[in-house]
Design a protein around this ligand. Structure first.
Ligand code: BGC
Length: 269
């Protein structure tokens, strides 16, 4: 059995680093042509190096700058991709940020910035992707589904997180966005799912793993006793984007080394 995304176009938002970069590499190695989206001029170099790695490994792709929280930029990105690559088959709604603060000190800017990228960004990209899926229709030479959307959520879709009310709220909302879209577009054969990563070793959570103390304390939350890697998420994303998972829609899949078993209850409660 082999996962093949051959000749399918996959847009991965926030793919210049972290989980997005890992997912872009995995989908490209399964044969997809990937769009490595990056947010600002300043992240172009990183996006280029992700693409270079993909091309050096025999894969295909392009880079594309777009701030997913801006409607005009998202609409243009999908138009440009369709005119350059023909269509879009897979959307990985990955771009996400944290702006942490104690709740009573959280500014409206910190709240809006996180909601803008993590939630509005996922809404805008999903809307444009679904419009394109419906325009193209099912093409059995590409996939038995009309299109696939994978939201990158978080264990904080269900685990409350003190000091991160904006982030946790955005991830909780992604669950309802995902399930509503799966319900609304199931009959059109569009599959919509979420991946909920736990602690993955990326720039977003550097202070959770970059000292021995921090890492040891993080590992007390993870029964499987290791931090996750972007490839762990990439492997699952490739499966969820492929026809091997054709009966999976409307699901949140947790990939967290057991973090959501609430390890701290192993000796108490
Ligand atoms: C956050 C990380 C955090 C992890 C587990 C992720 O969604 O972005 O900062 O380490 O959840 O708590």
């Amino acid at each position: 059995m082999e996962i093949s995304l051959k000749d399918q176009v996959a847009v991965i938002t926030g793919a210049s680093s972290g989980i997005g970069a890992g997912v872009a590499k995995s989908l490209a190695s399964a044969g997809a042509t990937v769009v490595v989206n990056y947010p600002f001029e300043g992240s172009m170099e990183q996006a280029n190096s992700v693409l270079k790695e993909i091309i050096d490994a025999g894969g295909k792709g392009i880079i594309y700058q777009c701030d997913v929280s801006k409607e005009d930029q998202v609409v243009k990105m999908f138009q440009d991709i369709v005119s350059e690559l023909g269509t879009v088959d897979i959307l990985i709604n990955n771009a996400g940020i944290q702006k942490d603060a104690k709740f009573t000190e959280m500014t409206i800017d910190q709240w809006n910035a996180v909601m803008g990228v993590n939630l509005t960004g996922q809404f805008l990209c999903a809307r444009e992707a679904i419009k394109e899926f419906l325009r193209r229709g099912i093409d059995p030479s590409r996939s038995v589904a009309c299109g696939k959307i994978i939201h990158i959520s978080s264990v904080h879709e269900i685990i409350p997180w003190a000091g991160h009310a904006n982030y946790a709220s955005s991830k909780g909302a992604i669950r309802m966005l995902m399930q509503t879209l799966a319900q609304e577009y199931g009959a059109d054969k569009i599959r919509v799912n979420s991946i909920c990563p736990g602690a993955i070793q990326t720039p977003i959570n550097t202070n959770a793993w970059n000292t021995d103390n921090a890492l040891n304390s993080l590992l007390t939350l993870i029964p499987y006793n290791r931090i996750g890697q972007p490839e762990d998420i990439g492997n699952l994303a490739a499966f969820l984007a492929s026809d091997l998972s054709d009966y999976i829609t409307g699901s949140s899949i947790f990939i967290d080394g057991g973090m959501t078993t609430f390890e701290s209850f192993s000796t108490g409660g």
